[in-house]
Design a protein around this ligand. Structure first.
Ligand SMILES: Nc1nc2c(ncn2[C@@H]2O[C@H](COP(=O)(O)OP(=O)(O)OP(=O)(O)O)[C@@H](O)[C@H]2O)c(=O)[nH]1
Ligand SMILES: [K+]
Ligand SMILES: [Mg+2]
Length: 504
């Protein structure tokens, strides 16, 4: 978009006003109060290990490194590892020999001067070196997350990248690692940043229209272009939101519930999937009452598996509560594994599908859209003929969900079931490397919804009161900025300068 802006004076008034009274306040609280302090911490895990890494960040990092390596050893060149004796600065006792690294700011993780000491991982060595660092008056122990917070304030990472880093540290399965790594690399942040920039441009154009249209200093059609850009943006954000929570699910684990009639073998299936006797198995109907939960990795995807009480009518008050909890879990689950005792299915294959449909309805209680898999257990109890009959009934299963015939006792059919389960979970989580980056947190979803709502305000007031409409765009921008933690006056100015070619 090109504007015909005649007067520099007017333009600069507009800019100043944009800056002073309409700027979006920096959402990052300015910066760390602790800037200027030098912090240190053990960055590797607690407990005995081969190598431990101690990190130092802040202006006194060089001093700390010099103090702990003594005057007779040369100071390391940047970003290279050097073997050095680590010496207590006051007692001059040698504490260890290890690798030291020097990362002068701003080319460091935190953007500040940083040092790393790679020492032996024994508890006494670690505490000795930490004590030596603490004995230097300019240093103090870091608080939780303080290194990353400094990296954020230095602009090294935006909030989505910080969250990606946190997720990477906590990733337990391959797919979680891939998703976290992608987010940490800034894919998600870039997507939101691109949206922010487009919104900012729209906002600048609406504001310019408010200020200059009366004097006919502005091209016609500017607002139409804004309308079009905003509609396109809303479509993209809504597309990103309608991902069926794939990324969030992968991040926090897919909720899979095992449900069905008593004694169908639900607890046996749970134990088989987690490879340990997590739940009690017995021939007594109604053995499981509480929900039994366990986490399993199915083909790289994280699953939160819950075994539930068998569904039946009962007078036992404890069991009644168990059944209530089971039904609640089924409602909340991403995927239900409905377990059926196949040895109790009708002998006549023509009646198998109807019987399965009835049992399924009993478990799902009307939730037709619920994703589920049928697990026909105890196949070891079937005759060859029965087994063939069930298989053929399943081939013509009509509107029944996918079904697997297996035995928890002999493991027959279990591999086939595992691959069906993996496929279902993969569909629920998506491939974190394919397509746009996934929405991974409820926090992002909330801010994006806020953004879409605010853009509806723009449309609502566009022809009634342009100032109110512009406010909608501004609120949308704040919503997006909250996700990355970066919406600043400077960014608005950058775009205004670029688009308006003022003061080149
Ligand atoms: N023959 C055979 N028996 C099985 C199989 N799976 C489970 N069972 C037996 O079926 C009985 C019930 O198994 P559970 O795993 O306790 O069944 P459940 O569905 O959890 O039962 P509730 O918790 O009481 O609802 C036990 O005696 C198991 O040993 C199987 O594949 N074949
Ligand atoms: K049982
Ligand atoms: Mg059980």
């Amino acid at each position: 978009m090109n504007y015909v802006i005649g007067e520099m004076r007017r333009a600069s008034t507009f800019l100043t006003r944009t800056l002073r009274s309409r700027t979006i306040k920096r959402l990052t609280n300015g910066g760390p109060d602790s800037a200027g302090e030098t912090i240190f911490a053990l960055s590797s895990g607690q407990g005995k290990c081969g190598v431990a890494v101690i990190r130092v960040s802040g202006p006194a990092s060089a001093l700390a490194l010099r103090s702990l390596t003594g005057p007779r050893q040369s100071f390391p060149t940047p970003r290279k590892a050097f073997l050095r004796s680590i010496i207590h600065p006051h007692s001059e006792e040698m504490l260890d020999r290890g690798l030291v690294l020097w990362f002068p700011g701003p080319r460091s993780f935190t953007g500040e001067d940083c040092a790393e000491l790679h020492i032996h991982g024994g508890p006494a060595v670690i505490s000795g070196v930490l004590e030596a660092l603490g004995s230097l008056s300019s240093l103090r122990p870091a608080e939780a997350g303080e290194f990353t917070r400094r990296a954020f304030h230095a602009g090294k990472l935006d909030l989505t990248e910080v969250e990606g880093l946190g997720d990477l540290i906590h990733a337990e399965t391959e797919a979680q690692r891939r998703q976290a790594l992608r987010q940490m690399a800034g894919d998600l942040g870039r997507l939101y940043h691109d949206w922010s920039q487009r919104l900012t441009r729209c906002l600048a154009h609406v504001e310019a229209f408010i200020d200059f249209s009366e004097d006919e200093l502005i091209e016609d059609g500017v607002l139409n272009q804004v309308d079009e850009s905003l509609s396109q943006l809303v479509r993209e954000i809504e597309g990103h939101l309608s991902d069926e929570r794939k990324g969030e699910r992968l991040r926090s684990g897919v909720q899979v519930v095992i449900a069905g009639a008593t004694n169908a073998g639900k607890s046996s299936l749970l134990n088989l999937l987690c490879q340990r006797p997590a739940a009690i198995v017995s021939p007594v109907a109604g053995t499981t009452r509480d929900v039994v939960e366990t986490c399993v990795d199915i083909g790289g995807f994280p699953i939160l598996l819950s075994d539930t009480a068998g569904l039946r009518d009962t007078q036992d008050t404890v069991e009644i509560e168990g059944v209530r909890r089971a039904r609640e879990r089924v409602q909340q689950a991403d995927l239900a594994l409905v377990v059926v005792d196949s040895s109790k299915l009708p002998r006549d294959p023509r009646h198998v599908a109807a019987s399965l449909g009835g049992q399924l309805g009993e478990v799902l209680s009307g939730q037709a859209s619920q994703r589920c898999l049928l697990v026909l257990n105890k196949s070891d109890l079937l005759s060859e003929e029965q087994s063939r009959g069930i298989q053929s009934a399943l081939r013509e299963r009509g509107d029944l969900p996918q079904a697997c015939l297996l035995s928890c006792h002999t493991d027959s059919g279990v591999n086939g079931f595992l691959s069906v389960l993996k496929n279902s979970v993969q569909i629920l989580c998506g491939d974190p490397l394919v397509g746009g980056p996934s929405l991974t947190q409820a926090r992002h979803r909330a801010h994006l919804l806020e953004c879409v709502r605010s853009l509806a305000q723009y449309r609502q007031y566009r022809d009634l009161d342009l100032a109110l409409a512009a406010e909608g765009v501004r609120l949308a921008l704040i919503g997006l900025g909250r996700i990355t933690g970066r919406v600043g006056a400077e960014e608005i100015l950058d775009i205004i300068f670029r688009d308006f070619c003022i003061g080149k």
